[in-house]
Design a protein around this ligand. Structure first.
Ligand code: RFL
Ligand code: PHB
Length: 400
């Protein structure tokens, strides 16, 4: 089999790239290790920046996101038991975020791909990348136990943090930067109305809490937990009890509890691999970088990488220029490091650290107070939260 772009991974990065390339008439095949049901069963991100929604628009898959997504013009910070609103809209000159689940983005992209009759090979086993520094790369894999080869011009490694693509870059070329946090997030999804209309990020003596949502009738809550905790240790009752203790009676006046639809624990990590291109292999999304989820940046970064990669591929095939290919890694990394900084900062500000002591707590309190009192400090939070500009917006507008 032969295609122009072989895409490894059918998460949001791989599916979005596939759809954008298809729209531009660039042939592609996606290879995914799991089944579609498994991919759709992973409950992850919930907040989309405007740039991510713009890319869904460009890919022609944003109808439901516009209809069902919730426009959020503010978030709340809670500390010392009091709530403070950060007015994103007012502080950023009219910008907002859209609350729309990663599961739904993935479903919309999968449906569009099916409707267009495009090729996605699910349950592809033993994927191996070959010849990435030649002009004729290829991907070997097994399908139903039979060895297959996919020849291509380029490979897009959209296979997440544990994928094979990043590992295919020679060790003496790849440089990685990492920070592992001494805690995780226990997430719970439940069909109950959210405790508040806007997201609440709470710094409490018992640890961090995030109150989020998927719709007006579906809530998503997260609790900071020690890395040693197992999800089996947390009954629904224990989860709600701990949430009540952290949020306090006042906030909990509007808390509605119910059975969980899903519970999982995710470790928190900051990670960047450089460069994001080696020869004819491009890394995009979690394959190249991880942020702790506090800033809601992971999916949004995956989308902006894909935007730059789409631009590189259209430059190459439609404009006969390799400028986008040459610049890909540098353009992505500029945005990646900004989001890494923001996510690290917001995590450090709001979580309970086992080893920073009373001094650390005082520093967090001083900074949180500064943040709500100083307009420039709240503006810095707001402009990062809604998403820094992606310097391809003019191009998107011109091509749309
Ligand atoms: P994914 O979603 O991990 O998809 C990679 C796909 O590649 C497949 N794969 C392979 N396929 C073939 N061969 C192999 N050898 C393969 N190895 C792996 C996998 O099966 C999978 O289908 O990566 P992608 O597409 O880069 O997307 C990244 C996002 O999923 C991730 O950044 C976000 O979920 C992060 N994130 C959030 N991001 C936001 O922008 N806003 C949020 O509000 C937000 N909240 C979150 C989050 C992540 C969380 N967890 C669980 C880590 C909340 C949480 C709790
Ligand atoms: C979510 O709803 O899953 C979510 C929202 C905001 C974050 C992280 C996760 O910062």
């Amino acid at each position: 089999m032969r295609t122009k772009v072989a895409i490894i991974g059918a998460g949001p990065a791989g599916l979005l790239l596939g759809q954008l390339l298809h729209k531009a008439g660039i042939d592609n095949v996606i290879l995914e290790r799991q089944t579609p049901e498994y991919v759709l069963g992973r409950i992850r991100a919930g907040v989309l920046e405007k740039t991510a929604v713009d890319l869904l628009d460009l890919a022609g898959v944003s109808e439901r996101a516009h209809q069902e997504g919730l426009v959020h013009e503010g978030i709340e910070l809670m500390f010392d038991g009091a709530r403070h609103r950060i007015d994103l809209q007012e502080l950023t000159g009219g910008k907002h975020v859209t609350v729309y689940g990663q599961t739904e983005v993935t479903r919309d992209l999968m449906d569009a791909r099916n409707n267009a009759g495009l090729s996605t090979i699910y349950e592809a086993e033993g994927v191996q990348l070959e010849g990435i520094d030649t002009n004729a790369p290829q991907v070997r894999y097994r399908q139903n136990g039979v060895e297959q080869t996919l020849q291509c011009d380029f490979i897009a490694g959209c296979d997440g943090f544990h994928g094979v693509s990043r590992k295919s870059i020679p060790a003496d070329v790849l440089r990685t930067y990492e920070r592992v946090y001494p805690f995780g997030w226990l997430g719970m999804l439940a069909d109950v109305p959210p405790v508040s209309d806007e997201l609440i990020y709470a710094h409490t003596p018992r640890g961090f809490v995030l109150c989020s949502m998927r719709s007006e009738t579906r809530s998503r809550y997260y609790l900071q937990v020690p890395l040693t905790d197992k999800v089996e240790d947390w009954s629904d009752e224990a989860f709600w009890d701990e949430l009540r203790l952290r949020l306090g009676a006042d906030v909990c006046k509007t808390l509605v509890t119910g059975p969980s639809l899903e519970k999982s624990i995710a470790p928190l990590r900051s990670f960047v691999a450089e460069p994001m291109r080696h020869g004819r292999l491009f890394l995009a999304g979690d394959a190249a970088h991880i942020v702790p989820p506090t800033g809601a940046k992971g999916l949004n970064l995956a989308a902006s990488d894909v935007g730059f990669l789409y631009e590189a591929m259209t430059d190459h095939y439609l404009e006969r220029s390799d400028r986008g290919i040459e610049n890909y890694s540098q353009r992505c990394l500029e945005r990646v490091w900004s989001a890494e900084r923001f996510s690290w900062w917001f995590t450090t500000l709001t979580h309970k650290f086992p080893d920073t002591g009373e001094f650390g707590l005082k520093m967090q309190a001083a900074e949180l107070n500064y943040l709500i009192k100083s307009r420039s400090a709240s503006s810095a939070l707001a402009e990062n939260y809604v998403g820094l500009p992606m310097r391809m917006e003019d191009l998107l507008a011109a091509r749309a």
